[in-house]
Design a protein around this ligand. Structure first.
Ligand SMILES: [Ca+2]
Ligand SMILES: [Ca+2]
Length: 413
């Protein structure tokens, strides 16, 4: 069975429903995954402002004190004002105190207080895609979230206790793959369905065009979380690196074991924004200082990596300053699964405030993909620029690669 790049691209257009305001998005491995990650192998080888803005009442009165009576009225109003504010603060404090007393925050997690924020791209974000707009108000209850991406050490503990086998360590499920392919696609030889995962090629001499993503993505037999670059690689000494090659069900399995959940997209974005209402990035709006705050692809993607941020590949978690919520690597390093189904038109349906939104109730148009957030060490301004807070990318559930991981939450309500 031979697939030409043209056929693959044609199939890609059929499967891909994501609006493409910018053609550069096309290099994403998730595009590859739209065809089924294994097909790529076949191709590649055969060819608020938080407004937790609690709304403080501000009483403004111009009281002129020309008479004793007016002075009396002024004092009475002042007392009323002070007692009101005092009462409000007491209630707020009591809530926080009682919340803090009740909540046992596990090591490595951060409490995100309930609040309201604008989800989606700010109007001035020139990189914003159609599916990030319009931004809309969302209210969220308090929750706990991992300060870092889940690390190899954390995932290893899960594996040790459960003997769980990740999707990338299992033979390719032809029935599942077939479901993602055009009718009539013939089953490839079993030798092509051995366990493996997608790996970014680190040495690329020449890039013919930026549409042909098979130039830098490769299906590698034997690649998985313990062997990120293939059978000859390992994670020894990389315990504090984010775990990779995680498919959606792998992330869910870890969450069940840890008694956690994946964040919703709204939770992830609220936590990443950390009250910076008009920011594009977790550190503000200045794209020129990205190398100080996130592990991305500095230089010209995909073969001229300047390593200006200090890392050509993955970085250990906490290698860069946290955002204002004390969360690390919400921008870059590895993509992070969230629990929402991907629907490119989802934000268009938002014309009132949403309360704890969970995303679409079901996949749209048989588009069985979940959202991933934050971009990775492969994101670059001349391509996906998905290290922006509001950026969203669809990913098929069985897809895994060496730049995709996750973090977890504990819902408090
Ligand atoms: Ca980098
Ligand atoms: Ca990340």
């Amino acid at each position: 069975m031979n697939y030409s790049i043209e056929i693959i691209n044609k199939m890609s257009r059929v499967f891909d429903k994501k609006p493409t305001k910018k053609p550069n998005i096309i290099n994403s491995p998730e595009r590859v995954n739209l065809l089924g990650k294994h097909v790529d192998y076949i191709v590649g080888t055969l060819q608020s402002a938080t407004f937790n803005k609690e709304i403080y009442l501000i009483f403004k009165r111009n009281i002129r004190t020309h008479s004793i009576f007016r002075v009396f009225i002024a004092k009475a109003l002042l007392c009323l004002l002070l007692s009101t504010i005092s009462c409000h603060k007491k209630n707020n404090s009591a809530k926080n105190n009682s919340t803090n007393k009740k909540i046992d925050i596990p090591d490595g997690m951060v409490l995100i207080q309930k609040g309201i924020f604008y989800q989606g791209a700010i109007p001035d974000d020139s990189f914003a895609m159609q599916d990030e707009q319009p931004r809309h108000q969302v209210f969220l209850d308090s929750f706990l979230i991992d300060a870092t991406e889940v690390t190899n050490a954390q995932f290893a503990k899960f594996i040790e206790e459960t003997s769980y086998i990740t999707v990338a360590e299992r033979p390719v499920d032809w029935k599942e793959l077939k479901r993602q392919l055009p009718n009539g696609t013939q089953k490839p030889p079993d030798s092509l369905l051995l366990p493996g995962s997608l790996v970014f090629k680190e040495s690329i001499d020449k890039v013919i065009d930026l549409v042909n993503y098979s130039q830098w993505w490769e299906w590698r037999t034997g690649a998985n979380w313990k062997h990120p670059k293939g059978p000859d690689s390992d994670i020894i000494g990389k315990e504090q690196y984010p775990v990779t090659h995680i498919a959606y069900e792998d992330a869910l399995a870890y969450c069940r074991w840890a008694q956690r959940e994946l964040p919703t997209e709204a939770q992830w974005e609220y936590a990443a924004r950390a009250g910076l209402d008009n920011a594009i990035f977790t550190w503000g709006i200045d794209a020129e200082i990205i190398h100080k705050y996130a592990n991305t692809f500095t230089g010209i993607f995909p073969n001229q990596n300047t390593e200006k941020d200090g890392f050509k590949n993955l970085a250990p978690v906490k290698s860069y300053p946290p955002n204002k919520n004390k969360l690390y690597d919400m921008s870059g390093n590895v993509w992070e699964w969230v629990s929402d189904w991907y629907d490119p038109m989802y934000y268009n349906k938002k014309n009132t405030i949403s309360y704890n939104p969970q995303g679409p109730s079901e996949p749209s148009n048989n588009n069985t993909q979940k959202v991933i957030k934050g971009g990775s060490f492969l994101c670059n301004a001349n391509y996906c620029a998905s290290y922006r807070i509001s950026a969203r990318m669809p990913s098929t559930l069985d897809s895994s690669s060496d730049h995709k991981g996750f973090r977890t939450v504990i819902n408090l309500k």
